[in-house]
Design a protein around this ligand. Structure first.
Ligand SMILES: Nc1ncnc2c1ncn2[C@@H]1O[C@H](COP(=O)(O)OP(=O)(O)OP(=O)(O)O)[C@@H](O)[C@H]1O
Length: 279
């Protein structure tokens, strides 16, 4: 097994009387793709928020690469090598594609203030390097659109790609993706599947929250299943799709979508050649 990166133990967070995350324990290794699934409101995003410092866990611990990061500020946690994307895109709409990705790099590239003020050759070299690297990440995620276009003018699927490029430009060791397939069409979901595999092949751990079960079953090495904040199952896709507690958790909720997901989980055969069932 490759190197342990993230180690979450007994993590909890509550809002009023709601235990959004209730004693969650799991780990993630270098280059692994792990999915966190569960019905709406199960606590998936809250778990991401605790890991990345947006919420302060009320109990438990989070360590990353052997360092305790429990309750640290988001900027400190990001600097330790954890990047994330959000359910609702958080890009700078007025900036160009390229500048959005460069914004992801400025957290790690520190320019000398005087060099920046005086636009010295050293400053310009730094900016050129940053632009080259931003282009390289945009190539990596398959962004073929005009990179001088304002983000707000791009199709939604392209914006999602840029958000991943920006997260990668931080050179993280672990990337948390919160519903990256939401709003994507079938072809875009297939590209996303390939992209997640390429990211993992770089040795970056990928932790995925996703409702598209076709995609989850195809890409994940392991899956953690949450229900009402608690972990009810953990295992390989094959073990999860036949786990009665998982099927029950999905069937036990009122929405139509989770019913469909439960049926998909129950009927997945493991022989799918492509990802991206429209949900
Ligand atoms: N900031 C908050 N304030 C109050 N309640 C919250 C907050 N964040 C999450 N919750 C509650 O915690 C529970 C878990 O929510 P969370 O968004 O983590 O679930 P989820 O599994 O990500 O859901 P979804 O799949 O719908 O995104 C829900 O009951 C939610 O209403």
């Amino acid at each position: 097994m490759s190197k342990l990166l993230l180690d979450v133990r007994g993590m909890a967070v509550s809002f009023g009387g709601v235990r959004a995350v209730d004693g969650l324990t799991f780990s993630v290794h270098e280059g692994e793709v792990l999915s966190v699934i569960g019905p709406n409101g199960a606590g998936k995003t809250s778990a991401f928020n605790c890991i990345t410092g947006f919420y302060k866990p009320s109990a438990g611990s989070v360590s990353f690469d052997g360092t305790d990061i429990t309750g640290k500020r988001p900027a400190v946690i990001a600097a330790s090598g954890i990047a994330r994307t959000f359910q609702n895109l958080r890009l700078f709409g007025d900036l160009t594609v390229l500048d959005n990705v460069r914004a992801g790099m400025h957290v790690r590239i520190r320019q000398n203030f005087l060099d920046a003020m005086l636009h010295t050759p050293r400053y310009r070299r730094g900016e050129d390097t940053a632009a080259d690297e931003a282009h390289a990440w945009l190539d990596f995620v398959g962004m073929e659109y005009d990179r001088t276009a304002q983000i707000r003018n791009l199709p939604y699927g392209e914006q999602r790609r840029v958000e991943i490029a920006r997260a990668l430009a931080r050179r993280p060791r672990m990337l948390l993706l919160d519903e990256p397939a939401a709003g994507l069409n079938h072809g875009e979901k297939e590209q996303l599947l390939g992209l997640m595999r390429r990211i993992a092949a770089l040795g970056i751990a990928v932790v995925l929250i996703e409702h598209d079960m076709g995609l989850v079953m195809e890409v994940s090495e392991r899956i953690v299943v949450l229900s009402y904040g608690k972990e009810i199952a953990e295992g390989t896709p094959a073990a999860i799709r036949s786990n009665p507690a998982v099927i029950e958790a999905y069937l036990g909720v009122e929405d139509e979508e989770p019913h469909a997901e439960a049926e998909r989980i129950a009927s997945e055969t493991g022989s799918r050649g492509t990802a991206g069932v429209e949900s």
